[in-house]
Design a protein around this ligand. Structure first.
Ligand code: F6R
Length: 613
């Protein structure tokens, strides 16, 4: 939830750290801070609010050190304030630490440290980290090269919870020690510089060569070396990975906001996600999976588990897998799944969808499924992310870095990939004819062009946004696959425009929610399934009768006269229609947020990567 960066090299660290923090602000933005090593002393500057407040602090431009750590915070323990901002130091100001994650047993550790004479100045869980490192450092009677590392390791082995930590010390002006457990941290490497970050895009402009860390791997960095150790401090080998994304894709490219840019990147994201997996008259390629007919036909159930938008993509996966493969699919929210003792065994396949690959609940649900002997398959946008390292199998969306907190291109890419997966399963199982699947593949291959076509609704949507941006409640309706889009559209609207909105299965309205419909309320409906359109139109008629004004997103010829506003989108196969029908509604959320003068990319209270429970 928080963002951390680090630098060790030959240049002044502070400007590099501030630039990295600005790129990571989507992960948290209630306070920020930096610590560098200045002539064998630790500097410490921090403030409440955005990174720009930190950049304006008196004296920050005087920092000369070439090694430093920095943090942008999304508060979990203790309100946003200067005292609670990171970096935190031990009482003797020997160690500076930034931390992303939660130390669940911090109260216990704090009491232990209080009993040992330590004082605490913040309400954070993090402040126990530098003090516990100091405690172990001073208790260690050996004075060898590993003393600093041993202190960090001994402290970390006492932590319960999740952490990505960077530590610097005035006693070791050429070193930085980093470690992670269930929280993201990557190390970018060049000849005489090392860049650290919670995610890859923040440091892509410096390098494409990265070390990806597993849980409890400790790293000792100098500007030219990176030494890796396991939790017993045995040295281990690690290779760098080359990341294909380019730095440009993490910049705004002339768009006002990342969200708008990412909406417009959807033709490319879908093209890249399809890649070479789909072509007419040849079977889908998933070399990394290799599932047999025997394995798939013996499955008793598939679970798709995810959070938020990724879960909505999972709902469209259920539709495709059940219809094409006739395997029962249950979709669950990760935070519920992990605590409801789900019925799983070796005949269950559990699929986890996560753009970031770092969502704490999704990772925990995956670990649970493995314990219960299910095979696990991760769908992620981030190569080497935690979820992909835990899962038995991993496949990737190729949406490129998604920076805006509200997910757009990751969602449509997830819908794409899970549909391709369903086709692959159907081909292995031989549950559909080749000609039927060929029709679907043809529609998939035409999608990027159709997305470009759909994006032309931009101006009409902008106008509609001007008409409704002051509303207090908005409703979304749909049936079948359109109901899954209604859910996603409603989430998008509420998260960036702060308008209360809800989505309903259109047929469910009359069982209660219709009581909320009153004169002039906005009801938005998606109509793409020819078999269900008449039924949904009847439900819309019911709200019109009660005074609602209506926006319709449809790919079918319908009588427009009864609706206030109709957005026509290109026709396509029902399975993949969410990839087109969500686009006008992503734009609607975007333009309403703009009309209200809100920060589209960094909505209040939200963070891009939810690495806490
Ligand atoms: C909404 C949104 C969130 C994420 C959810 C899961 O726009 O982005 O609902 O979809 O937090 O995140 P990932 O996919 O990274 O696991």
């Amino acid at each position: 939830m928080c963002g951390i960066v680090g630098y060790i090299g030959t240049k002044k660290a502070c400007p590099i750290l501030l630039a990295g923090l600005s790129r990571l602000e989507y992960r948290g933005y209630d306070s920020a801070g930096v610590s560098t090593i200045e002539k064998d002393e630790l500097s410490l500057m921090k403030d409440k609010g955005r990174v720009k407040n930190l950049s304006n602090l008196d004296g920050i431009d005087k920092l000369e050190g070439t090694i430093g750590i920095a943090h942008t915070r999304w508060a979990t323990h203790g309100k946003p304030s200067k005292e609670n901002s990171h970096p935190h130091q031990d009482n003797s100001k020997t160690f500076s630490v930034v931390h992303n994650g939660i130390i669940e047993n911090y109260n216990e550790l704090r009491n232990f440290l209080l009993d040992n004479g330590y004082t605490f100045y913040s309400q954070t869980d993090t402040e126990v980290i530098p003090n516990l490192i100091h405690y172990h450092y001073t208790k260690d009677t050996q004075n060898d090269d590993l003393k600093f590392l041993r202190a960090v390791k001994n402290a970390c082995l006492e932590f319960k919870g999740s952490f990505a930590i960077e530590v610097i010390s005035k006693l070791y002006p050429d070193n930085m020690i980093v470690v992670r457990q269930d929280s993201p941290l990557v190390i970018g490497t060049c000849e005489d510089e090392k860049y650290l970050s919670s995610d890859i895009p923040a440091i892509l402009s410096y390098t494409r060569d990265f070390y990806l860390l597993n849980d409890l791997e400790f790293v000792v960095l100098t500007n030219t070396t990176a030494k890796f150790y396991d939790k017993n401090l045995n040295e281990i080998e690690k290779q760098t990975q080359n990341i294909e994304w380019n730095a440009c894709s993490a910049e705004k490219d002339g768009f006002d906001d990342f969200m708008l840019k990412e909406i417009y990147e959807q033709p490319t994201a879908i093209r890249e996600t399809i890649g070479s997996k789909i072509s007419l008259n040849t079977k889908c390629e998933f070399d990394e999976l290799g599932f047999t007919k025997d394995y798939l036909s013996n499955l008793n159930k598939i679970y798709i588990v995810a959070c938020g938008t990724a879960m909505h993509a999972g709902l469209s996966g259920k539709n495709a897998i059940e219809k094409l493969c006739r395997i029962p699919v249950e979709v669950d929210i990760a935070s519920e799944f992990r605590y409801r003792d789900p019925i799983i065994d070796e005949k269950t396949l559990c699929i986890f969808i996560s753009q970031s690959g770092e969502t704490a609940d999704t990772i925990a649900a995956l670990k649970l499924s493995k314990e219960k002997k299910a095979k696990t398959l991760a769908i992620s946008n981030v190569i080497g992310s935690s979820i992909t390292r835990e899962a038995d199998y991993s496949i990737y969306t190729h949406a490129g870095p998604e920076i805006a907190v509200a997910s757009t291109k990751a969602y449509t890419s997830q819908v794409m990939l899970i549909n391709i997966l369903a086709i692959y399963f159907a081909e292995v199982l031989e549950t559909c004819t080749t000609s039927y699947l060929n029709e679907l593949k043809k529609d998939i291959l035409e999608l990027p062009k159709k997305i470009e076509e759909t994006l032309k609704c931009n101006e009409s949507i902008k106008n509609f946004a001007k008409q409704i941006y002051q509303e207090k409640d908005v409703f979304f309706l749909g049936r079948g696959i359109d109901e899954t889009v209604a859910r996603e559209a409603s989430l998008k609207l509420k998260e960036i425009s702060y308008i209360h909105s809800d989505s309903y299965a259109a047929g469910e309205l009359k069982h209660g929610p219709i009581a909320l419909i009153e004169n002039d309320i906005t009801v938005i409906s998606i109509l793409t399934d020819a078999n269900l359109i008449k039924k949904t139109v009847s439900n819309i008629q019911e709200v019109i009768t009660r005074g609602a004004k209506t926006l319709i997103v449809t790919n079918k010829e319908i009588d427009n006269s009864m609706f206030n506003f109709v957005i026509n989108i290109p026709d396509t196969n029902c399975f993949i229609s969410p990839i087109l029908s969500i686009i006008p509604l992503q734009l609607l959320a975007y333009y309403i947020s703009k009309e209200k003068g809100l920060d589209v990319d960094k909505p209040r209270n939200l963070a891009k990567s939810v690495t806490v429970e």
